[in-house]
Design a protein around this ligand. Structure first.
Ligand SMILES: Nc1nc2c(c(=O)[nH]1)N[C@H]1C(S)=C(S)[C@@H](COP(=O)(O)OP(=O)(O)OC[C@H]3O[C@@H](n4cnc5c(=O)[nH]c(N)nc54)[C@H](O)[C@@H]3O)O[C@H]1N2
Ligand SMILES: Nc1nc2c(c(=O)[nH]1)N[C@H]1C(S)=C(S)[C@@H](COP(=O)(O)OP(=O)(O)OC[C@H]3O[C@@H](n4cnc5c(=O)[nH]c(N)nc54)[C@H](O)[C@@H]3O)O[C@H]1N2
Ligand SMILES: [Mo]
Length: 827
């Protein structure tokens, strides 16, 4: 339908819900991938003019524990340090962060600042690309971080490493916190037992921490996504407070933000428990200030529902209109089956997305085409509070509109045009900056953007990245602060930081005889979240082409699953399960498995990690326990496996699914490719027809060997290929086959090689390591054997690692491994 019709449908549904069920029957679920301007306008419409408090964001699943901890400790949600601190630190502690894969640019700064005496401690139950940087890797039992940091607090006190002057002058709550810490973690032996670590390693960590004034602790989702997420963050911050290491060069706790604009969302008030501009509902005078500034009298009185509870309310029918913007909750929220059910039940689901087909857009009653990041203009704020302009470099395709415009148009249709008459993002930004300035002036908020509220259009366009607080100095220039709280004055009413008492809360989802494995979930190097966009770049699949389950060798042996086999992981939630390739690796601790969060209903039959974790949240922050499900693993019983390739315009159909037990899709440059597997015998000559879209004209069958290969060619053009093969390695090269789909007419050689096996002239380069330049493991080990023993040298000859750099840890690993094997061969 036309935009006019869509906007009137959307505003009509909202108006009707308000009239029949009150404003609280309308809810918004936003995203840290919206620009600040989009976010501000959505929050203003929802809280200010519709009058619903139910506005939450996917940052609830991401940063909310850090936000709650910052507020408890510092009085406001502020990251005290800056990125430079990662370079200045003499001790870098990375807790629950796989920065090598998740923050590759910052990680390269950490790598580049390697120097004698600089030490790195990684705290993660898994061996990761990041732990390769570690001088000490504490591979602790999942969920025991509060014990480790409480133990550190006790040890700092007992070894006389507390900065007493700082604590006396700038902190409160220290004595109580120490008492709780002592109860939870009385000594190193006890910490080691609870965390399942070596006592000697714990002692080394504690000593390094005590002895190193310049210490930065970076923490991310291994800390936040827990029922004790807020406590974990505070246990870390406590140790920095009692040593006076907050907001000083090279010395700070540092929450690593995930999404490009997670921080901007926190600034505008996108979380359900805040109002706007770092003002909470219970900040004295805040409601009046915001109401007056917006010129509205609809502001709700109290905070709204947080993400998990919000979707519960949707499920229970309390929400009549749900507007989802820039997030894919059908995949990313825990207990995804229940979330999907909630979306089915909701009378009106509006989804704004830049991709047409996602697991969530499938539930949309009204689907609005929104601009993606390269097509829109505005600002984002990163982990170190730095606001950057996001400038579009592509024209808006078709009838696509940026989110701020869509929201403003709906506001207009609802009769609030006067308050939403923005002509361009700069108009929105100035208003947001002004509100932050007011909040700072009247409620003492550190988030002050008053220095930016009068930017001209030109100045906004030219804006260089700038860290807040940004106020106007007496000389008229804008000042900004790389670090906060360095003077020991905090944003609490009495100016003192709070050392928070932390007790031990164990993970809520415990293992049992029926579900003996801890299910850890997280990111891989080359995919972004639910891969709606990254999956479009086929080369990004080369690193990890299919959903997988990483298992420790002991567990694999006991369970009876082998490398590359398909495994079924069943979770505690309903009858949901996850099917993926088994990867056996000593990187996993025994009793723990790891699955990636990226696959979903568009790309695999059963690849949604969120099906395996329960909707259990941290009581303070509302953040789900995404890193700790409980599950059981079995080999998937299959009788055959096949690779199917079809033309891109030939999509996967519901009927295709009935024929197999497992499928996973990999879009290639010229074709779509699927891995298929099934547990019952198939009559290939017959059943293959359905998948191939008709009778194949070239067939090569050796059923005794379990081998069947067929291709369908129409007018010389390749339509589909099906290959059933017991040994996947024997299949022709995927890239070569994909090329065959590009040809209008297959060449003689292509026809000849199509079913025969690897094409004669393609070189097997091994598993892909560098995605940017498509460099494979075999090429790299070859070059290492030829004497190229550094990342730099490899980069010069093969280009690997010279663009985004996120494969550098793997390159380093390959050099080590290859050199070691050459040395053993020599001796
Ligand atoms: N390639 C890529 N990069 C990304 C993203 C992406 O999707 N892909 N997403 C971005 C976003 S939004 C975010 S939030 C960040 C997240 O960045 P990270 O938090 O670094 O990434 P994760 O893989 O989610 O989890 C980090 C680590 O926590 C560990 N962990 C699990 N349980 C525990 C525990 O109990 N204690 C400790 N100490 N560690 C534990 C996991 O083993 C994992 O290695 O990445 C951002 N960057
Ligand atoms: N089990 C488990 N669950 C997790 C996590 C975990 O580690 N484990 N991590 C959690 C974390 S940290 C996060 S951040 C979430 C991420 O989870 P999601 O936010 O659900 O993941 P994305 O795939 O980034 O979804 C973004 C959607 O917005 C669309 N989009 C992109 N840009 C724009 C835009 O400018 N405008 C609009 N309107 N749409 C846009 C994309 O196409 C996509 O559909 O997942 C969380 N869930
Ligand atoms: Mo995130």
């Amino acid at each position: 339908m036309s935009w006019d019709e869509a906007l009137s449908e959307a505003s009509g549904a909202i108006a009707e819900a308000i009239a029949s069920h009150g404003p609280s029957s309308v809810a918004f679920y936003l995203s840290g991938q919206l620009l600040t301007e989009d976010y501000y306008v959505a929050n203003k419409l929802a809280k200010g003019f519709i009058g619903t408090p139910h506005v939450d964001t996917n940052s609830r699943l991401c940063m909310s524990s850090a936000v709650a901890a910052h507020k408890r400790a510092f009085g406001e949600d502020c990251v005290p340090g800056c990125y430079e601190d990662f370079e200045l630190a003499d001790l870098l502690v990375l807790a629950g962060s796989n920065a090598a894969w998740a923050h590759p640019v910052l990680y390269q700064r950490m790598e580049a600042s390697r120097r004698p005496g600089r030490r790195v401690v990684v705290i993660d139950p898994r061996k990761t690309a990041t732990s390769e940087l570690a001088d000490l890797h504490l591979q602790l039992k999942p969920g025991t971080d509060t014990v480790l940091f409480n133990g550190l607090l006790v040890w700092l006190a007992e070894s006389d490493s507390i900065d007493r002057d700082y604590v006396d002058a700038h902190c409160e709550g220290y004595e109580e916190a120490l008492r709780s810490a002592f109860k939870a973690a009385p000594g190193i032996e006890d910490v080691a037992r609870q965390c399942d670590l070596d006592a000697a390693d714990v002692a080394v960590f504690y000593r390094w921490f005590a002895d190193t004034a310049r210490t930065v602790t970076g923490f991310s989702q291994g800390i936040n996504q827990s029922v004790a997420g807020t406590d974990k963050c505070n246990a870390i911050i406590n140790c920095h407070l009692v040593t006076g290491r907050v907001g000083k060069p090279g010395a700070s706790p540092f929450s690593l933000t995930g999404q490009p604009n997670a921080m901007g969302g926190r600034e505008v008030g996108g979380l359900a428990n805040t109002l706007a501009a770092h003002l909470d509902y219970d900040t004295p005078g805040a409601r009046a200030l915001v109401a007056e500034f917006w010129g509205s009298d609809a502001l709700p009185a109290a905070p709204g529902l947080k993400a998990v509870d919000l979707f519960d309310a949707v499920h229970q029918g309390e929400i009549k209109v749900l507007w989802i913007m820039g997030t894919n909750p059908a995949v990313s929220l825990p207990e995804s089956a229940r979330v999907r059910d909630a979306l089915v039940r909701c009378p009106t689901v509006i989804v704004s997305d830049c991709m047409a087909e996602t697991d969530t857009t499938a539930f949309a009653n009204i689907l609005l085409p929104a601009a993606g990041w390269g097509e829109k203009d505005g600002t984002v704020t990163n982990s170190e509070r730095r606001i950057s302009r996001q400038r579009s470099f592509l024209p808006l395709p078709g009838e696509v509109r940026p989110d701020w415009q869509i929201v403003s148009a709906v506001a207009g249709a609802l009769g609030h045009g006067d308050a939403f008459g923005y002509q361009q993002p700069a108009d929105v930004f100035r208003e947001h900056a002004e509100l932050c300035g007011l909040a700072s002036a009247r409620a003492g908020k550190i988030l002050d953007l008053s220095g930016l509220q009068r930017l001209t259009d030109q100045e906004y366009n030219d804006l260089e990245p700038i860290q807040w607080p940004a106020s106007t100095r007496t000389d008229g220039n804008v000042s900004c602060a790389p670090r906060l709280f360095g003077d020991g004055i905090f944003a609490t009413p009495n100016g003192r930081a709070r050392v928070v008492s932390v007790e031990t809360t164990l993970p809520a989802q415990q293992t049992s005889i029926a579900r003996p494995l801890i299910v850890n979930t997280g990111r891989i190097r080359d995919q972004w979240h639910t891969m709606t966009r990254t999956a479009q770049a086929s080369r990004l699949f080369s690193h990890r082409p299919e959903p997988f389950i990483e298992v420790n060798p002991e567990d694999a042996r006991r369970i009876g699953v082998s490398e590359g086999a398909l495994g079924r992981l069943s979770g505690a939630v309903g009858s949901q399960s996850y099917v993926g390739r088994v990867r056996i690796t000593p990187s996993q601790r025994p009793g723990e498995v790891f699955v990636p969060i990226h696959w979903n209903g568009q790309f695999a039959s059963r690849g949604v990690a969120s099906d395996l974790v329960g909707a259990i949240t941290d009581p303070l922050s509302g953040q789900p326990e995404g890193k700790h499900g409980a599950g059981s693993l079995k080999a998937l019983t299959i009788r055959w496996q096949a690779r199917l390739m079809r033309r891109r315009e030939d999509p996967w159909r519901q009927e295709d699914e009935a024929l197999c037990d497992y499928w996973s899709r990999q879009p290639l440059q010229h074709s779509e490719s699927w891995w298929l597997a099934g547990g019952w015998p198939v009559d290939w000559q017959q059943d293959a027809l359905a998948w191939m879209g008709g009778e194949p004209n070239v067939i090569l069958a050796d059923m005794a060997q379990g081998r069947f290969r067929a291709a369908r060619i129409v007018d010389g053009q390749l339509q589909s290929v099906l290959m059933v093969e017991p040994d996947a390695d024997a299949l022709p090269d995927l890239t070569w086959l994909d090329q065959c789909f590009a040809a209008d007419r297959l060449s003689r050689e292509q026809r000849q090689c199509l079913l025969a096996g690897r094409a004669v002239d393609t070189e097997d380069t091994g598993d892909l390591v560098c995605s940017c330049f498509q460099v494979g493991e075999k090429q790299i080990t070859g070059a290492i054997c030829d004497g190229q023993l550094s990342v730099d040298e490899l980069g010069k000859t093969l280009q690997c690692g010279t663009n985004c750099g996120s494969c550098i840890p793997e390159l380093r690993g390959l050099i080590e491994k290859t050199v070691a094997s050459l040395e053993t061969a020599e001796t």
